[in-house]
Design a protein. Structure first.
Length: 274
């Protein structure tokens, strides 16, 4: 009888040990994050660092759902944190969400690292979108990768000059040009299509280790320093979107993003802090 009791006790202890080993990851509280593709690579790095520091908390970063998708998903509880590259509209604020800007990064025109091109001017941008400039100096045909007309990247490039705006509007109607819907799709096409050029961000290139080269614009390097000083003209602003009273774990994650450890990750991935 005593032997049986000892075996039962031993089995109970083993079960308790096994449960303690398994319970941590199984019962880890999850934070779901989604939004603009330009922010996802860096947010995954932040999420990994956060989960290492707090093993009982797990961060899941979804594939791109865009800024508008994130803003709609947060009040419905589909995601805990949304990532956008634009401020909220009055209508969106009225729907019950708040936004906090956490970082900025240069918006860039980029080519594959296989290309020899390192710089571009506003005049050349207008010419390549209009078709007037059809080949790179090495003879490879230029293949612009376009986004939908309402995309923020497209709006930023159009803002560089009236000539670029007109050329882009005309290019959107030209048959045979390459289009991309999401930020990662655009980066994929710029990387893989010979002669391709398109718009992305320094943050996406660095955080995702993309084989892309951001181009100097009118001889200005697209660095965080030049962006924060205003010398480089294009910037992508990133916002965290939450419900007005976010949960304690969401607040904990946002605090980590703004901590020295979080800011170091942002700096390393091509951001500056506003």
């Amino acid at each position: 009888m005593l032997t049986r009791v000892l075996f039962l006790c031993r089995d109970s202890v083993l079960l308790a040990v096994l449960f303690s080993l398994l319970a941590g990851p199984l019962l880890a509280e999850e934070i779901k994050i989604g939004g603009t593709g330009n922010a996802l690579g860096t947010m995954r790095l932040l999420g990994d660092a956060f989960s290492k520091k707090y093993p009982n908390l797990r961060v899941t970063v979804l594939s791109s759902i865009g800024s508008s998708g994130a803003i709609k998903a947060v009040p419905k509880g589909v995601i805990d944190i949304g990532l956008t590259s634009r401020p909220l509209s009055a209508e969106e604020r009225a729907a019950g969400v708040v936004a906090i800007e956490y970082a900025r990064t240069p918006t860039v025109l980029a080519v594959s690292t296989k290309s020899k091109v390192t710089a571009i001017t506003r005049e050349q941008i207008a010419d390549l979108y209009s078709g007037k400039l059809a080949k790179w100096p090495d003879g490879i045909p230029i293949r612009p990768v376009l986004r939908q007309p309402g995309d923020d990247n497209t709006k930023q490039i159009k803002s560089l000059s009236p000539a670029i705006e007109k050329a882009l509007i005309d290019a959107e109607q030209r048959p045979g040009l390459v289009f991309a819907v999401f930020d990662q799709e655009a980066a994929d096409k710029i990387e893989s299509i010979p002669g391709a050029i398109g718009v992305t961000t320094l943050a996406l290139i660095k955080a995702e280790n993309r084989s892309l080269r951001p181009l100097k614009l009118d001889a200005i390097e697209p660095t965080p320093k030049n962006g924060s000083s205003g010398n480089y003209p294009l910037a992508k602003n990133f916002f965290i979107v939450t419900q007005p009273s976010p949960s304690a774990v969401v607040q904990q994650f946002i605090a980590f993003v703004n901590s020295p450890a979080g800011r170091e990750i942002l700096t390393q991935t091509g951001h500056w802090i506003p």
